[in-house]
Each structure stands twice: as C-alpha cells, then as structure tokens.
Design a protein around this ligand. Structure first.
Ligand code: FAD
Length: 300
C-alpha cells in the first residue's frame, strides 16, 4: 500500500516541478549528494578517500521537451569533464528518458552518443540505468547500437522482470549492474512477490558472476551480500570480477565496512535539483526511510 502511495507521488509531475524550485527538502539532502557539480565532486572525493568509487547520476525525470534533454546532456558532459579534471574515481550513470527517449529515439541516441564519446576519450565508463518496462527494449537497443563503436558502456538487469534472465544471457559481455527493480510493474511482465524476486535476483547474480564480464551487485540487502561473499569464495571468483553498489546515504557503515574488507565498492551518487522522483522511489522501496524525513523535521 505505502509502496503504491510513494510510487504514485514519484510520478506526480506537478509536485516534481514544485520540488525543483525549493532546493533539497524533506530529508532529501541525506540521499542526494548536492545540487551542483562542485558540491558533488567534494562528496566523491570524500568517498574516494575511503576506497569507494562512485557512479554519478544527474537527477532528472519527465523530460518531454528537446531543450530540457539538451540541457541535461550539457550537464552530464560537464560532469565527465569534472571527473577527468579532478582525477576522481567515478563514472557516469544516465537515464535515457532524461536524454530524450520519450521525445525521439534518434535524438536520444545522438545525445547519449555524444556523452559516451566524451567519456570514452578519458576512459570513463557510462552506465545506462534501466527505467520502467516501456523504456526497457529501447534502452537495450540504444546500448547494442552504440556498442558497435564504444566499449565503455553497460546497463542494468532488473530481476523482477520475467524476461530478465533472457536479457542477462544476451548481454553477458557487458559490464552489468544487477538490481531487484524499483518501479511498479504490472503482473503481465513482472514478478510481484518479494520472495520470488529475491530468488530470481540471486540466480541472475550467480549466473553472471560465473559467465559474465563484470558484475555490479547493487543492493542494500545484507542477506544477498552475505550470500555473494560465500558464493565467490566457493567458486574462486576474484574480487576484480565484481563490485557491490549502494545508493548514496544508505547503510553508510556497511558501505565503509565492505570497502575496508577489500571488496570493490561503488556508491551511486545522485545530484541536482530534480531530486523529487528519485527520493519518492526510495521511500517506496523502504518506508522506514521516512525516518530521514522525521529526523529532518526534528533537527531543524
Ligand atoms: P530490499 O529488497 O528493499 O530490502 C531487503 C532487505 O535489506 C530489507 O528487508 C532490510 O532488511 C535490508 N535493507 C534494505 N535497505 C536497508 C537500509 N536502508 N537500511 C537497513 N537495512 C536495509 N532500480 C532500477 O529499477 N533501475 C536501476 O537502474 C537501478 N539502479 C540502482 C543502483 C544502485 C546502486 C542501487 C543500490 C539500486 C538501484 N536500483 C535500480 C533500485 C533497486 O532496483 C531496488 O529497488 C533497491 O535497491 C531496493 O532493493 P534492495 O535490493 O536494496 O533491498
């Protein structure tokens, strides 16, 4: 129920535009690294000091105008330059919809290509985040088409989709982030039951660790993390074949601990003014994240 409520809020365009005007509010500053690139680079440097690499996401949703997509492209290009100039250990995560996927496929492709080419020049990896079902196949198509010229790209497999296993096998030669899935998807395409999603999640991770290129295990679930630790040990999979990923601001102690134990660790660092939808999806995943709001109210 609460999940549906927050997912509903995340899709509310009026609240999304209102939130942009008022800066980081409602506790969002605990899970969003900054509103601009300079602040974000400082957050990355701090994580790097603890042996944690970063993937940087320029927040943005509901892009239906070409000007907005072009502005997002310029901002991401500026992040690529900032990563290079500051010599920080970071790469890019982008959302095809922010770069015009809902406007025109070829327009979006040319925007992403520009980013991928700029990042390629500096040896920076670019991850295509996966959004909801309607954008799944076009996002794979973008990836496959751009992979003809670039090898610095990869994407995400969402374990709640029935087709996830097939997509994983098809894309095993990419660096892949494997997640449970963050959107509300209909029973027509996606498992609804948490136990089934968790089971599929483990199955996909194990398969990619044994057969794939590089695996990013993106979860805050300690049971999954402990399972992966045992699995890699049993199968002699070396640490350079995988990493753990978590979102900025979540389970900070565990992030530091995993890096200290010698595992590759990467924090997903969102930044920007368009924080609203991202923040609401985090509340949907874990209503306890409401604590962030409550703390914020009482710490004023
Ligand atoms: P859950 O299934 O939410 O939780 C499992 C258990 O873990 C909980 O019961 C609890 O015991 C523990 N737990 C979880 N969170 C916490 C916490 N904060 N504190 C203490 N205990 C906790 N989704 C997409 O659809 N597309 C993407 O591109 C995408 N990229 C992502 C990138 C990263 C780096 C991460 C971490 C997630 C991403 N997601 C993405 C979101 C993902 O799909 C899940 O919705 C999200 O991670 C919640 O699932 P979970 O595996 O973390 O754990």
């Amino acid at each position: 129920m609460l999940k549906d409520f927050f997912i509903g809020l995340s899709q509310n365009q009026f609240l999304n535009s209102a939130a942009k005007k008022y800066g980081l509010k409602m506790g969002a500053q605990h899970v969003v690294a900054g509103t601009n690139i300079a602040e974000t680079i400082e957050s990355i440097k701090e994580l790097n000091r603890h042996g944690i690499s970063c993937t940087v996401d320029n927040l943005g949703e509901f892009v239906f105008e070409k000007e907005e997509a072009l502005a997002a492209k310029e901002q991401i290009l500026a992040v690529v330059e900032a990563i290079h100039e500051n010599e920080v250990d970071a790469h890019i995560s982008l959302k095809p919809s922010q770069l015009g996927l809902d406007i025109d496929y070829d327009f979006c492709k040319s925007n992403i290509q520009e980013i991928v080419a700029a990042a390629h020049k500096y040896g920076i990896f670019v991850n295509f985040d996966m959004e909801d079902y309607g954008r799944l196949q076009p996002s794979f198509d973008l990836l496959d088409e751009l992979s003809v010229d670039y090898d610095n790209i990869g994407t995400v497999i969402q374990a709640y989709f029935f087709r996830a296993e097939e997509d994983l096998h098809k894309h095993k030669n990419y660096r892949l982030r494997i997640v449970k899935g963050a959107y509300k998807e209909p029973a027509e395409y996606a498992y609804q039951d948490k136990a089934t999603i968790d089971e599929n999640y483990i199955k996909l991770i194990e398969w990619h660790l044994l057969n794939g290129k590089f695996t990013s295990i993106a979860t805050h679930d300690h049971n999954v993390i402990n399972h992966v630790k045992r699995f890699v040990k049993e199968h002699n999979i070396s640490n350079d074949k995988f990493e753990f990923q978590m979102l900025y601001g979540f389970r900070k102690d565990m992030q530091l601990e995993l890096a200290k134990e010698g595992y590759n660790f990467c924090t997903y660092v969102p930044f920007g003014q368009d924080w609203y939808g991202y923040f609401m999806r985090r509340l949907a995943e874990r209503p306890q994240n409401m604590n962030l709001i409550v703390k914020q109210v009482f710490n004023k």
